[in-house]
Design a protein around this ligand. Structure first.
Ligand code: ADP
Length: 540
């Protein structure tokens, strides 16, 4: 059956175009580190490296009750998080759909007063004791700053629209996306707008932090990670991809206009690595990547994300399959079971099948293809019918899809590994374990400084550094990374392929790679936001 050979050979040939070998990885890591530093030095670079004004990460001992709200799309989520101080927490939450008319209201006040109202309803339902006590107390205090008692809630505000952040709880809306459009909000401080409406309702709530979801992931992982190790990096591989990591303050040399507490010597930086190498110096660029980019709404932008994240991997696969179908010498999806064995008649694919629709194919089919190791690939063939709209795909068709999907996903995971390796190298966390303050020890020192323990003698700081490092030398060897997103969570072996690239990186190698601990960090916009509110409160 020579033509079947041809299909598998063709699939292998295309798969090879997606190879991203060890030397490619190393070139890319070098460029990644270079672009990280460029972003720390100046604005308007590929990787924005946005300072978040978050100057410490939690270690799992943090305690208290915090609020978090999340405005990012169709729903508004309100939750309270009780941090137990032993790396565990409990969470209570409510979710409400945002009325369409408020998304395009005439004034921002209409939207934000609705949000404040939801916070009030949540407090009355779930924390009425705090609510009543605080209201009673507030009647005797005139200044809004005066009601900071134990019943007062600090709130982390996850706001997933482009903002220009100028402080830990201050950021001006750059533009609306995702169907929102309220002209008078643009340029305004979103935390201020929410606080104003909260104050109008006299709620015992302070908007303490403006939260980016990637930073939330980092914080959530740092709190929940085993042991006392603080987390270096939070990374998202979901619809999009981005990472936030703990950087030395001294390396952020570009202007920072906001105020912050510099005593930790650290700051969390939001890399915006989805735009890594928009200039395509080191990223792979197959003809399928080119087609996808050209047909996207933002050609030339988010080039790393377009090769790595869930929003695009299904589309890359679809693009490959469509190109294969255009080539009549390739026997993909051709019916070879009909009586006359007419292999030029294609398997029935309707014009409006998902395979012919831009963005019509979800990345989850890559996971299905990888997971199906049965001899008949029955599950994958069902998904080819359901997700691609291709009826009666043959085993050979499914094998070809599996080969190509594997190649696309492995490339994505190896590129994801480039980002992780880049951050690990940039921060030097593997080179000199214990010889310089990790985020955890520095945060602890900051606390000591605050409590006055180190205030007397500057030289004590150096001793403290050595002590802290010495105490936790084994812990310090571990570099902890928190990840979130369906791709890393559900694609079989995604972490292993990331690790292969990390191991291949000069300066990390197998020894370094073993010290890297990767764990899922769920719920950055809940517990992560609460933790940022807590860190913000410590800096007040
Ligand atoms: P978000 O990033 O929007 O918060 P997710 O982390 O769930 O949400 O990511 C959604 C993205 O992940 C979508 O692009 C979807 O195609 C992709 N995805 C969902 N499930 C899987 C899966 N099992 N394997 C690979 N990709 C998946």
């Amino acid at each position: 059956r020579p033509r079947k050979m041809a299909l598998s050979a063709e699939a292998e040939r295309i798969a090879a175009e997606f190879e991203f070998n060890d030397s490619n990885v190393n070139r890319a890591v070098l460029e990644f580190v270079a672009e990280m530093n460029e972003g720390l030095e100046k604005n308007a670079t590929y990787m924005s490296q946005i300072p978040t004004y978050v100057t410490g990460v939690p270690n799992g001992t943090e305690k208290g009750l915090y609020l978090a709200v999340d405005l990012g799309g169709t729903n508004f989520r309100v939750c309270s998080i009780n941090l137990h101080g032993d790396t565990t927490f409990s969470i209570t939450q409510s979710k409400v759909a945002i009325p369409r008319e408020l998304m395009v209201a005439n004034t921002a006040q209409e939207l934000f007063s609705f949000l404040a109202k939801q916070i009030e309803l949540f407090l009355k339902e779930h924390h009425n004791d705090h609510f009543e006590a605080s209201i009673k107390r507030r009647q005797t205090i005139s200044s809004p700053e005066g009601y900071r008692d134990e019943n007062f809630f600090r709130l982390g505000f996850t706001f997933s629209f482009p903002v220009h952040q100028v402080g830990i709880n201050k950021g001006n809306l750059i533009r609306w996306t995702k169907g929102f459009g309220i002209a008078d909000a643009v340029g305004q401080d979103v935390c201020g707008m929410l606080q104003k409406e909260i104050d109008n309702l006299k709620l015992p709530v302070k908007v303490a932090a403006l939260v980016n979801d990637t930073v939330g992931t980092l914080m959530a992982r740092s709190y929940t990670s085993p042991g006392k190790t603080s987390t270096l990096l939070g990374a998202i591989f979901g619809t999009g991809t981005n990472g936030a990591y703990v950087e030395k303050l001294s390396k952020i040399t570009k202007d920072m206009e906001g105020e912050f507490d510099s005593s930790t010597g650290l700051m969390v930086v939001n890399t915006e690595w989805g735009s890594f190498d928009n200039g395509l110096k080191v990223l792979p660029n197959t003809k399928y990547d080119e087609i996808l980019d050209k047909d996207s709404i933002n050609p030339g932008i988010q080039m790393f994300e377009k090769r790595v994240s869930g929003m695009f991997l299904g589309e890359i696969l679809r693009t490959v399959l469509v190109e294969m179908l255009k080539n009549s010498s390739i026997s993909l999806f051709r019916d070879d079971t009909s009586a006359n064995n007419d292999y030029h008649s294609t398997t029935e694919i309707k014009r409006d099948a998902a395979i012919y629709k831009q963005w019509g194919v979800d990345s989850s089919i890559l996971s299905v293809a990888e997971a199906d190791n049965s001899s008949g690939l029955k599950t994958l063939r069902q998904f080819i019918e359901k997700d691609l709209g291709v009826l009666a795909a043959s085993l050979e068709d499914a094998q070809a899809v599996k080969t190509i999907a594997h190649a696309i996903a492995v490339r994505a995971a190896r590129l994801a590994g480039v980002a992780l390796a880049g951050v690990v190298l940039q921060t030097g966390r593997l080179d000199k374990p214990g010889s310089e303050p990790g985020p955890k020890s520095a945060a602890a020192i900051a606390q000591d400084v605050k409590s006055g323990k180190l205030a007397e003698a500057a030289s004590a700081t150096a001793n403290k550094l050595a002590d802290t490092a010495g105490l936790a030398v084994n812990e310090d060897e571990i570099v902890d990374i928190g990840v979130d997103g369906s791709l890393v969570e559900f694609y079989p072996g995604f972490e292993d392929y990331m690790r292969e690239a990390i191991r291949a990186t000069e300066g990390i190698g197998a020894t370094g790679e073993r010290k890297i601990r990767i764990g899922i960090a769920k719920d950055g916009s809940g517990v992560g936001a609460a933790l940022i509110a807590l860190v913000a409160a410590q800096m007040e």
